[in-house]
Design a protein around this ligand. Structure first.
Ligand code: GLP
Length: 265
């Protein structure tokens, strides 16, 4: 794992956006895995700025989001479809037919899950998967206990997740009880995973994901099994990392020499 500790939330967004932009410059037909929640918003703002400033072209980019609330339609004001349009899609020259999210209003969850997995496979797999982190260690909506071999399916939300997401719905009782989410293995199939976390409330989950044992109790810890993971955190989210000094040293080394630069972390 490459662990990048940045001074503040703004820098986390900038560094993440630069990694995504570099991928799109390298391959204009890139497949980006996208995430929702508060954490990726800074990254999206910066990506929009790069698009405007440098004319970065998204016309051939394909996107797949991690998840969607189950039981709500794409035009629901709190759906992740609506979130992605509001925070990112409307500002880039993406082709709407290339932007994919699982449908929360599908009648058959198994058929919809298989359709989504097939879509990712048919696109050639995900080049970079952006990830936020739940306070309980979830990625996507893979709550603690999720199989590390799981694929897209409907999962019940944990109490803490419902409470954390109540701010978007106005009250916990309005938050859907389940969601359709890429599985842990679907996420691990991406060629590069980019995990972002900011704020002191994520410090415990980051330490567990990066330095704890690989366990279904902390689904994000499965990322330790992936050869190319970049974790970008601010100082607050890094507060409980035991190997902080090493991560800073390694980043300094990367900046000073690219001789032994390898995509494997
Ligand atoms: C939701 C999403 C996750 C996200 C998490 C953290 O549960 N399904 O993908 O990582 O929230 O959200 P936030 O970034 O707002 O802390």
């Amino acid at each position: 794992m490459r662990v990048v500790i940045e001074a503040n939330v703004q820098r986390v967004g900038e560094v993440a956006a630069e990694i995504l932009a570099a991928q799109v410059r390298r391959d204009p037909r890139s497949v980006l895995g996208l995430a929702t929640g508060g954490t990726p918003c800074g990254c999206y703002r910066e990506l929009i700025a790069i698009h405007r400033r440098d004319g970065l072209d998204f016309s051939q980019v394909r996107t797949f989001n991690l998840d969607e609330y189950w039981g709500i339609s794409p035009d629901h004001p709190q759906s992740y479809h609506t979130f992605m349009r509001a925070e990112l899609f409307q500002y880039l020259n993406l082709c709407p037919a290339n932007c994919h999210l699982p449908r929360g209003d599908a009648s058959d969850s198994i058929a919809e899950s298989e359709r989504y997995e097939r879509g990712i496979r048919d696109a050639g797999g995900i080049d970079i998967q952006l990830l936020g982190l739940g306070r309980n260690g979830h990625i996507g909506f893979n709550e603690p206990g999720s199989s590390l071999a799981s694929r897209t399916r409907v999962k019940h939300l944990a109490r803490q997740t419902i409470d954390d997401n109540a701010r978007f719905f106005g009250a916990p009782e309005l938050v859907p009880r389940s969601a359709i989410t890429m599985g842990v293995q679907t996420i691990l199939d991406a060629r590069h995973c980019l995990l972002l976390a900011t704020g002191i409330s994520k410090a415990g989950a980051i330490a567990a994901a990066v330095e704890g044992p690989v366990t279904a109790a902390i689904p994000a810890s499965a990322l330790q099994l992936h050869p190319q993971v970049t974790v970008i955190v601010d100082e607050d989210a890094a507060a409980e990392l035991r190997n902080r000094e090493y991560y800073l040293l390694a980043e300094q080394g990367r900046r000073e020499s690219s001789e032994y630069e390898s995509p494997q972390h």
